[in-house]
Design a protein. Structure first.
Lengths: 315, 341, 288
């Protein structure tokens, strides 16, 4: 019981705290003076000192870090130095856009990626075609896909709008379609690749030969013996891919002018809006760590073999 | 087994035999090349008969067995006859093939760990093959099968997972699963090779017992001639994808008529012999490595010119069937050499 | 023994088919493309028809023509020349990331495998923390701390990729470690350092190269993406990610040439390196 606690609660927590420290250190190292953002460049030294003290900027770094962290745990991320409003209110509506985008892309990835992978794994004729498409797809980053999709579907064909977020559910979905596909293409290829390999391996494994030898029907074999055994690697890769989509929104939101947290992060980095950078950074890391931990846990629950074996180091 | 040359000219063809292999030839594609693995295997089996196929690795014995169940890799080229109860197996449509595999055939594989899906409990594994019974019936049959193979505490075992069972126990489960649907032919592909010697004899005992109890026909594949002799009525010795000698198990392990069989017998380690162990010079070859003449010619101590030119046809000699030009004249010599060994 | 005594010289009947070490044509093709790309990057000044930053107000946003094989951008600069020169900055970053992450990743993996114990556990813990950061985020943080450009993201990505490479190498090294020949070396008195570096590395060297080529492709994607959003290489330098971004307004007006050319360059490069990396990985595994 103790080892379980350590593995899924303590471990990730330590990682999170360490990651947050790395985050804070990066921001703390930022060149430039945040005070100039607030007071401008021509205030007097005394005014700078006063403001520094008022904002707590003259305290040692570990103290400031701890302060920030405890506040963050309460949901208080401070104020944006650029927009002059609370970071939470700034992020709030944008998170919805980003999560809609990521969710949309995830659905696309799961449906198309896994389907292509299963087809590729079960049919030796389709396999080389799908493998080729996969090899191409993983090489197409979000921003290249964004530009290509825009050139074809928005500019040339006019099926989709070029920029913006849209109104209402239908409008938003239409606006998010090209961005979602741009975000998804590389991941579709990757998920499809892994699925194809897993399905193909299982399909040739001895226990499937046993099932065939007993006269089980094709669909039954696919469900109970091929997919059931291949599910774990497929799910793992899919979930990891979806978690890394969040990082991809940085590029796609910029390309399509979407008001999500990705484009906000990019903007804040260039504006040196520290509190916003910290908040969004923490969210990204949090999502990543939670996803990987949940996956690890899920894997443990569903694979009867792992329950009785000692945990492996370095997975 | 019919000890005459396997032609269909003799005797009554009124009752089809349980299993009839005629001139089976199998080519597999490996590494981009087509390779013949089985060349001209003819074998037949009556109900409740057991034949052992003995050969070294590469002899094509496993592929022969899998050809009966049509469990070859995709795109394998197969020619010749495979008939079960007179019906050609390779002409069956998918539904008929599934029924054939489910009801008439039982297969026990060499490595139970690899051949049993680790994700499902034993109970599921056992009852998977008999979906057309009610859940209660399925459970009862599963429990009965476990009992038949000497596994106590069936209730607990049904809920356990494969990795919780030892190799020997898992192999017994595999046998139980194979005999559960009441098949008429059991294919056992080296069922005890992966087990230690003690477990080996236990599993062999169960196989023999179940075979007699259910009047099962069996094809027992192994590299161990003595093992085959223990559970079968007839033994067929395979080399380089073809059968070189067939004969009754009772006498085969003492008196061999083919130089290769004699070599196998001589190569068995015996506690009394202190001198060095005999081995047949050279290495066993696969079908595609053999030339136009006799498959064993390259390693045979008694090879002559005619052996290299054309392949000897199987001929009856006593109660054996041998594929060797010199079988008659070598009878005495082989016997002497064996006794001196 | 009668049987052996009577054995004559066996005629050579065996048509033994020896497995040939076939050259993998696809891998060779991919390798050629990789070398070609590196060559273009080095010799760009000799190949490019124009200077990359020559502005020509009269030739804005033109399609492919005899004078400009890939058209011009919104400042009238020749797209082909920019793409060729752009190979330098576009490939330099990934090259640095590859060298650094491969070196450190391999070193940590080998050291962890050989030394074991507390060092290994500590390294594992450290890697775990690094795994929490998607590579791009790490690069963004580096830009925050040290400013935009090439250096900060390169170092950040090198750090971010190290655990992935280390994990793969370590798995292979652990497998090698338990093979008896290493113990024999130790017993024969070879110094520990020499044994570890020479033999372990030598046997996983194909895997190391394979991982390196994969790292090259992925770091190119990350770095180009960073330049795209303005946090990497800055204008007026020629870099493929930057070119995709700069070509955006032209694209919206129906002139996608700059974005297309730069995008194609990226995709082709990554495909070539990925294919090479995957083939090498497969080959290294088949040897084991």
């Amino acid at each position: 019981m103790l080892s379980h606690l350590r593995r899924w609660v303590l471990g990730p927590l330590v990682t999170l705290v360490a990651a947050s420290f790395v985050l804070y250190t990066a921001v703390w190292l930022q060149p430039g003076n945040p005070l100039t953002l607030i007071l401008g460049t021509r205030a007097s030294p005394a005014q700078y000192r006063y403001m520094a003290h008022k904002l707590g900027l003259d305290r040692p770094m570990p103290v400031r870090y701890w302060d920030w962290l405890t506040n963050a745990l309460h949901g208080n991320f401070g104020t944006s130095l650029v927009y002059k409003q609370s970071v939470t209110s700034l992020i709030g509506p944008r998170i919805v856009t980003t999560f809609l985008l990521v969710g949309y892309a995830s659905v696309i990835i799961l449906v198309i990626g896994v389907a292509l992978g299963i087809i590729g794994g079960m049919s030796p004729r389709a396999a080389p075609v799908i493998a080729g498409l996969n090899g191409l797809g993983v090489a197409i980053p979000g921003f290249v896909a964004a530009e290509m999709l825009t050139a074809v579907f928005a500019v040339k064909l006019g099926w989709f709008p070029v920029l913006g977020t849209g109104q209402g559910l239908a409008g938003r979905l239409q606006h998010l379609t090209l961005p979602a596909f741009a975000l998804a293409i590389a991941s579709i290829a990757y998920v499809s690749q892994i699925t194809r390999a897993a399905v193909s391996t299982e399909e040739q494994s001895p226990h499937v030969e046993t099932a065939r030898g007993r006269g089980l029907s094709g669909p039954r074999i696919l469900r109970r013996h091929v997919l059931r055994n291949a599910a774990m690697p497929i799910l793992t890769v899919s979930a990891l891919t979806m978690a890394s989509l969040l990082a991809g929104t940085l590029v796609v939101e910029y390309a399509f002018g979407l008001g999500g947290i990705g484009s906000l992060l990019d903007q804040s980095v260039q504006d040196k809006d520290s509190n916003v950078v910290l908040a969004i950074g923490l969210i990204l890391v949090l999502v990543f760590v939670i996803t990987t931990t949940a996956l690890d846990f899920l894997q443990y629950l569903t694979d009867p073999r792992l329950r009785l074996r000692a945990t492996a180091k370095w997975h | 087994m019919n000890t005459q040359a396997p032609s269909r000219l003799n005797g009554n063809a009124a009752e089809p035999r349980l299993l009839d292999l005629g001139g089976l030839r199998v080519e597999l594609k490996t590494g981009g090349r087509w390779r013949t693995v089985v060349q001209g295997v003819s074998l037949n089996l009556e109900a409740a008969q057991a034949v052992g196929i003995v050969g070294e690795s590469g002899s094509g014995k496993s592929v022969t067995a899998r050809s009966i169940a049509r469990l070859l890799p995709r795109g394998a080229r197969v020619s010749g006859d495979v008939r079960f109860d007179g019906e050609p197996v390779w002409a069956m449509n998918r539904a008929r093939l599934r029924r054939f595999r489910a009801r008439d055939l039982g297969i026990v594989y060499q490595d139970p760990r690899a051949h049993v899906n680790e994700m499902h409990p034993i109970g599921d594994f056992l009852t998977e093959g008999i979906r057309d019974h009610s859940p209660r019936e399925r459970r009862e049959l599963a429990v009965a099968a476990l009992g038949a193979t000497g596994i106590p505490d069936a209730d607990r075992r049904l809920r356990q997972y494969p990795h919780q069972l030892s190799g020997g126990l898992l192999q017994r489960v595999m046998i139980a699963a194979a005999i559960l649907p009441g098949p008429r032919l059991l294919l056992a592909d080296e069922p005890t090779t992966a087990l230690d010697v003690t477990t080996q004899s236990e599993v062999m005992a169960i196989l023999a017992e179940q075979r007699h109890a259910r009047q099962l026909a069996m094809i027992f594949i192994t590299h161990d001639l003595d093992l085959a002799a223990a559970v079968t009525d007839t033994i067929a010795v395979m080399y380089a994808g073809t059968i070189v000698e067939t004969g009754p198990s009772a006498t085969m392990h003492e008196a061999a008529l083919h130089p290769y069989t004699a070599g196998l017998l001589a190569a068995r380690p015996r506690p009394a012999r202190v001198a060095s162990l005999y081995t047949i010079p050279g290495r066993p070859i696969a079908a595609y490595e053999s030339g136009p003449g006799c498959v064993f010619a390259s390693r045979c101590a008694y090879v002559q010119q005619r052996c290299l030119q054309a392949r000897p046809e199987p001929r009856p000699l006593g109660d054996h069937v041998v594929s060797c030009y010199r079988a008659e004249e070598l009878q005495g010599t082989l016997q002497q050499a064996l006794e001196r060994a | 023994m009668a049987l052996t005594a009577r054995l004559p010289r066996a005629p050579a009947l065996l048509r033994a088919e020896e497995p040939l070490v076939k050259a993998d044509m696809v891998a060779v093709a991919a390798g050629c493309i990789c070398i070609a790309l590196l060559t273009v990057a080095i010799f760009a000044p000799l190949i490019a028809p124009y200077q990359p930053d020559t502005i020509n107000a009269a030739a804005i946003n033109q399609g492919p023509s005899a004078a400009h094989l890939l058209g011009t951008d919104s400042l009238g600069r020749d797209v082909l020349s920019r793409a060729l020169y752009g190979a330098r900055l576009s490939l330099l970053g990934p090259a640095l990331v590859t060298i650094l992450s491969t070196t450190f990743g391999t070193a940590i993996a080998i050291a962890g495998t050989w030394v074991g114990g507390a060092f290994d556990r500590l390294a594992a813990r450290f890697m775990d923390i690094l795994f929490a950061f998607p590579g791009l985020l790490f690069a963004v943080l580096a830009v925050v701390a040290f400013g935009a450009g090439l250096i900060a993201p390169v170092i950040a990505l090198s750090v971010a990729y190290t655990p992935y490479i280390a994990r793969v190498i370590r798995a292979a090294a652990v497998h090698e470690r338990q093979l008896p020949y290493l113990e024999t070396c130790q017993l024969l008195g070879y110094s520990s350092w020499r044994t570890a570096v020479y033999h372990l590395v030598r046997n996983v060297r194909l895997l190391i190269v394979a991982q390196a080529t994969l790292a090259f492709g992925y770091s190119l994607l990350d770095l180009a993406g960073l330049s795209f959003i303005g946090l990497g290489v800055q204008p007026p330098s020629a870099e493929w990610g930057l070119m995709v971004s700069e070509g955006d307004s032209a694209l919206l007006n129906g002139y996608p040439y700059e974005s297309l050319a730069a995008g194609a360059a990226i995709v082709i490069t990554v495909v070539a390196f990925n294919v090479l990396g995957e083939r090498l990985t497969a080959r290294s595994q088949s040897r084991q």
